[in-house]
Design a protein around this ligand. Structure first.
Ligand code: ZN
Length: 216
């Protein structure tokens, strides 16, 4: 790709697919093997920047960085880390909308590897299945912890919940600030981005509006 196109795609924050682009061999290496390799690579980056890695304050940084990438910021790349979403039979017959508000989003932009910070609101209308509430938060956390594009994050959470709950009647709204917009490039400190994905009953404006009123 040409340098000009690289810049354009990053500034526009465009994703190429709903699935996170992963290679088939993405998890052939163990986490520890990845940490060791990334540690070496990041050491080289710091070295290129002219930093003195024999300094006590810097010497442990490549390891800390590598461990943070594999075990924390990007643990959600590995499907083995997907939280188990146990569902229960909807024995109360609750068939109205259920809303989970203000779920933390801690993600990273895949174009600049800088934080995306915000909140998600999720609503669904149960059919035969209901889910433990904290499981929704865990699922959001899992998909957020990959290099992301906000639109894709919204869609990945929606699809997974639709599958787990066996209903199309799910809506996901995310409002987030992108550090790549506030700390570099245009350096806009105030703007935020809102994305919304939904299916089933939420296609009806009335249903969607009653959800939006609740999260207002
Ligand atoms: Zn970015």
């Amino acid at each position: 790709m040409k340098k000009e196109d690289i810049k354009l795609l990053g500034d526009a924050h465009i994703a190429t697919s709903i699935d996170t682009p992963l290679r088939p061999d993405a998890f052939d290496k163990s986490d520890n093997e990845k940490i060791n390799a990334i540690q070496r690579h990041f050491e080289a980056i710091m070295h290129e920047l002219g930093l003195d890695l024999t300094d006590d304050s810097l010497s442990g940084t490549p390891y800390r960085f590598a461990k943070m990438y594999v075990k924390e910021l990007f643990y959600g790349l590995n499907p083995n880390n997907r939280p188990k979403i146990s569902t229960f039979h909807n024995k109360y017959g609750y068939k109205k909308m259920l809303v989970e508000k203000d779920i933390n989003i801690d993600s990273s932009c895949e174009h600049h590897f800088l934080p995306i910070v915000g909140i998600a609101h999720i609503g669904y209308i149960p059919k035969d299945k209901v889910v433990g509430l904290s499981k929704i938060n865990r699922l959001v956390d899992y998909y957020a912890h990959r290099p992301q594009v906000q639109e894709r994050l919204c869609l990945q959470i929606l699809k997974d919940l639709q599958d787990a709950l066996e209903t199309e009647d799910v809506i996901v709204v995310i409002n987030a600030k992108h550090l790549c917009v506030s700390s570099r490039g245009i350096k806009d400190k105030n703007s935020s981005t809102t994305t919304m994905e939904y299916g089933g009953n939420f296609i009806e404006p009335e249903q969607r509006n009653s959800f939006l009123k609740l999260i207002d």
